[in-house]
Design a protein around this ligand. Structure first.
Ligand code: CA2
Length: 144
C-alpha cells in the first residue's frame, strides 16, 4: 500500500516557533515518525511539504493511479482552498485530514475546512500522533 502524506504551508517551520501551539518537535521529527509508522504497518509513505497551493494540487493529481490513501494537513489552505478540495474530489483517493492543534478551540476562521469535505475522517488536536492514527485508519480500511 502506498500512502501520500501531504503538509501545507509553514509546517516546515515546526519546532522553530510557536511551540505552545504546535509543540517543540521539528518537521524532520514528524518525517521520522511517519517513516517508523510506515515500517511498522508494512506500507510505503511518500511525504511532501509545500508552501504553495498549486504544488499541493499538482501532488494530489500526481497521486492518481499511484497512491492508495492520502493523509493531508493543508495547514492554512484548509480554511481557504477550494482548489485543494476539488483536487481531492477529482482523484477520489481515500483521504484523512489531520490538524496538529485543536482547530475547534481556536479562532472561528479555523473551524471552516474545505479540504475536510473530501476527507473520510478528520483528526485534530492529537499533535503528531494524529498522522500515525490517520495512517493506521487508512491501512485498516484499505490495506491489502
Ligand atoms: O493545527 C494544524 O495542524 C494547522 O493545520 C496548522 C496550520 C494552521 O493554519 C491551521 O489552522 C491548523 C499552521 C501551520 C503553521 O505551522 C507553524 C509552525 C511553526 C511556527 C509557526 C507556524
Amino acid at each position: 500500500m502506498n500512502i501520500l502524506v501531504l503538509n501545507g504551508p509553514n509546517l516546515n517551520m515546526l519546532g522553530i516557533r510557536e511551540p505552545g501551539i504546535y509543540g517543540s518537535s521539528t518537521y524532520a521529527d514528524l518525517l521520522a515518525l511517519i517513516e517508523e509508522t510506515a515500517d511498522r504497518l508494512g506500507v510505503h509513505a511518500e511525504c511532501y511539504q509545500s508552501n504553495h497551493e498549486g504544488d499541493l494540487v499538482d501532488k494530489i493529481q500526481w497521486a492518481y493511479g499511484r497512491i492508495d490513501g492520502i493523509v493531508i494537513n493543508p495547514a492554512a489552505y484548509t480554511h481557504t482552498s477550494v482548489a485543494i478540495l476539488d483536487a481531492l474530489k477529482a482523484v477520489s483517493i481515500p483521504a484523512v485530514e489531520v490538524h496538529i492543534s485543536d482547530v475547534d478551540s481556536r479562532e472561528a476562521f479555523r473551524q471552516i475546512s474545505y479540504a475536510g469535505l473530501a476527507c473520510e475522517k478528520t483528526i485534530k488536536g492529537h499533535g503528531f500522533a494524529g498522522y500515525r492514527e490517520a495512517m493506521e485508519y487508512l491501512v485498516s480500511a484499505y490495506g491489502h
